[in-house]
Design a protein around this ligand. Structure first.
Ligand code: PGA
Length: 257
């Protein structure tokens, strides 16, 4: 597909979740580096677990592939056993950080308020937030999808400087599609992405709202990426399971070929 969205470079990110030892991370990223050499017109990001960030950032120093963390804490330092701060991440060479993933909302009591604090702290350290939003199956069946998305956007971004949010990426990830093999149809995804786009335009103004990229996430695979990416408001993908194999992630990144 020739890019009919000159405003927005597609962004494909691999969320490795709680997978890969340091050794495995280096092996995966070394393979990706070779396979994705000379990738054009697509921004590629990998999000390894915290333990591998340093090694992966070093392995990618001479590469175009960017590094993301999967979370951060909103305080800068201090007595917060087990937490990782924004300054630690930017010091490691992270450019992005995933915030508010549904697994964090589901298992770790992430709320709109904690999402908002994390986003603010990410921006303070010049990290680009990948803000995840999405509805559950029950919410979709009750036709609450758009209302849920609006609440997650509104509350997650409340009070944050609009100028700073230009670097943000929004990841629409229907919870029922994550890790289930059920992908939203391209039409379903476009419907929600168009809604998110309208919200961003209403909130940020036309110029900025049209520049913010909206990724789709939830069982993205080599065989469904192309159709998804044909949708006008789909600017990339946040890929879980299929990002753990160099072969499938490469095919997803090279969706245009
Ligand atoms: P999945 O995960 O591709 O394995 O469904 C996506 C995500 O959770 O970001």
């Amino acid at each position: 597909m020739e890019n009919n969205q000159p405003l927005r470079e597609p962004i494909i990110a691999g969320n490795w979740k709680m997978n890969t030892t340091v050794h495995e991370s280096i092996r995966l990223v070394t393979e990706l580096k070779t396979r994705l050499l000379n990738t054009k017109d697509v921004e590629v990001v990998v999000a390894p677990p915290f333990t591998s960030l340093h090694s992966v950032a070093i392995a990618l120093q001479d590469s175009e592939i960017k590094v993301s963390a999967q979370n951060l804490f909103w305080e800068e330092d201090g007595a917060y056993t087990g937490e990782i701060s924004g300054s630690m991440l930017s010091d490691l060479g992270c450019e992005y950080v995933i915030i508010g993933h549904s697994e964090r909302r589901q298992y770790f009591q992430e709320t709109a308020e904690t999402v908002r604090k994390r986003i603010q702290k990410a921006l303070d350290f010049k990290l680009k937030p990948i803000l995840c939003i999405g509805e559950t199956l029950g919410e979709r069946e009750k036709k609450q999808t758009l209302q849920i998305l609006e609440t997650q956007l509104k509350e997650g971004l409340r009070g944050i400087d609009r100028q700073e949010l230009e670097t943000m990426v929004v990841a629409y990830e229907p919870v029922w599609a994550i890790g289930t093999g059920k992908t939203a149809s391209p039409e379903q995804a476009q419907e929600t992405h168009a809604f998110i786009r309208q919200w961003l335009i209403a909130h940020f103004g036309k110029d900025k709202g049209e520049k913010i990229r909206i990724q789709y996430g939830g069982s993205v695979k080599p065989d469904n990426i192309k159709k998804l990416m044909e949708q006008p408001d789909l600017d990339g993908a946040l890929v879980g399971g299929a990002s753990l194999l160099a072969d499938s992630f490469t095919q997803i990144v090279r969706f245009k070929e």
